[in-house]
Design a protein around this ligand. Sequence first.
Ligand code: G6P
Length: 372
Amino acid sequence: AAAEKGGYATFMEKEINDQPHAVADTLLGRTDASGRLVLDELRISEEQLKAVDRITIVACGTAAYAGMTAKYAIEHWTRIPVEVALAHEFRYCDPIVNERTLVVSISQSGETMDTLMAVKHARDLGALTISICNTHGSTIPRESDAVLYTHAGPEIAVASTKAFLAQITASYILGLYLAQLRGGSFADDAQAVMKELAEVPGKIETLLGRMGRVKEIAKFMADTRSVLFLGRHVGYPVAMEGALKLKELAYIHAEGFAAGELKHGPIALIEPGQPVFVIVPSPTSEHGLHGKVVSNIQEIRARGARTLVIAEEGDESVVPFADEVISVPATSQLLAPLLTVVPLQVFALWLSTAKGLDVDQPRNLAKSVTVE
Ligand code: G6P
């Protein structure tokens, strides 16, 4: 069993450390001889895909947060409206779907019943379906018109880590593929983004090498009863994923918020000593988002919050207001989740371990939920 875990004590620790490969392998072999991006399986015509005027992403759990991240990227690159629906809600909400709707499912296992039923429902309504999946030969890709496989390798720990990074990577490739197909203004950027994605595995490796302090913080915090997470733009789904990891693994009340929503309610939760992770956008982000999130840190710090700040390396502006700064390598705004989520996974892993819990098999959860 130790060999299976590659020398790590748990599958989760191994899988977190596998993430550079999960991303790198998912990027492999994506272009044809003429340098155009391609899908792994395509059972409909590219003409049909070209006509798509609306995208709905269906998924559950961590995969749904990958979908929320993908929405920002796919809309930016294709200008096609993207909606993200929890698969179990989608089926029963009388969804607006027709032949020009592309329903993208995201599933590690390819067997999640809620997601499978959403795909079948979409197909019955005439939609085109694409599966982003980690498991060859599983049901959801077989039931879909096209497939883009993630290559994270088998994920054993119940709480998803490397599959999440691979899902974000694959959904971005899909966005770039659609942009190329439509020949929009971002079609030419596809190669530049693919090049930048290719640099991400090395950056994750660097980041993983710096997680000693996060492990220490997690150990100190074993008695914590509530942790909040704030993020904005693509940092928002990362905040929710960070909270989900903590619920799943450490059984701690945790919640992720959009940082802009703070003043509309969640700030009332801040009392002295409340730990809050804040995912800070790069100082180079558009629309001045960086400054807005730094102001949020000041606001909660002034009310006594213990601020655990994830920021781009070299970003000194957060230092005066942070109890801890966790630096991540620089990358463009849309790609940042592939880095910023890593410390949150590591934090949940070590906090759970400090509490003496079973990291790989949290209570009440199943790796793949094959019932509705
Ligand atoms: C279960 C797992 C989660 C996972 C979700 C979706 O709830 O515990 O970790 O995110 O299912 O699984 P899928 O295989 O469809 O990605």
